[in-house]
Design a binder for this molecule. Structure first.
Ligand SMILES: [Zn+2]
Length: 202
């Protein structure tokens, strides 16, 4: 029985050499034409093209030599800068405008219920930051003069690079309530323009 596929395969093999030859000659023509085009476009002759080719080759050789000489196999791998591990950014620096608040009505108006937007119950000595919505709750921030704290609150006035840090301490002044004392601490903080290190979620 005649197998048409085998016959066809044999025929194709027979023509394969011709096809490859044709492709090669086409490529050759293209390169030739390309060179001719370039020389026409730049109005330069064949000798000039050879000179350019030689120069390019020479430059590549020099570059390779510099690479070979410049590479010291005993060089320690560069230590990634702070905030990166294995080349992946893990922190970012934010130029922030930081104000402070106490949990009283003086600072939180009708939201003064001793609970943050994150449902965190405020306790004495708590340190936390209210940040814009683009910083998810739980994001760690290192704020100079305050500490490494988590985002646990939001606020209507808080947008862009504006942050708000909480102060809530037991009063150390018998004439002041805890809120009055904490409000004073917040006032003492005032407003700071400082860089904050934000730890990016993994
Ligand atoms: Zn206050």
């Amino acid at each position: 029985m005649r197998d048409k596929r085998t016959e066809l395969g044999r025929d194709l093999t027979k023509y394969k050499g011709v096809v490859v030859g044709l492709q090669l000659s086409l490529a050759k023509t293209t390169v030739k034409e390309f060179k001719a085009d370039i020389s026409a476009a730049l109005e330069i002759n064949r000798a000039r093209i050879k000179w350019i080719e030689w120069q390019m080759g020479f430059r590549v050789a020099i570059f390779l030599c510099v690479c070979l000489v410049g590479c010291d196999p005993h060089t320690e791998p560069p230590t990634p800068p702070m905030g990166t591990s294995a080349g992946v950014e893990t922190t970012k620096t934010l130029a922030a405008n930081i104000s402070a608040f106490c949990p009283g009505k003086c600072c939180c108006q009708h939201w003064a219920n001793m609970t943050t937007a994150n449902n965190h119950k405020i306790k004495y000595g708590d340190r936390l930051v209210a940040a814009p919505r683009n910083y998810p709750f739980g994001t760690w921030m290192t704020i100079e003069g305050y500490g490494r704290v988590q985002v646990k609150d939001r606020g209507g006035a808080i947008s862009g690079s504006k942050l708000d840090v909480l102060f809530y301490e037991k009063s150390q002044d018998p004439t002041k309530t805890d809120i009055e004392w904490s409000h004073q601490l917040a006032k003492n903080w005032g407003r700071k323009f400082t860089e904050v290190i934000v730890e990016l979620p993994e």
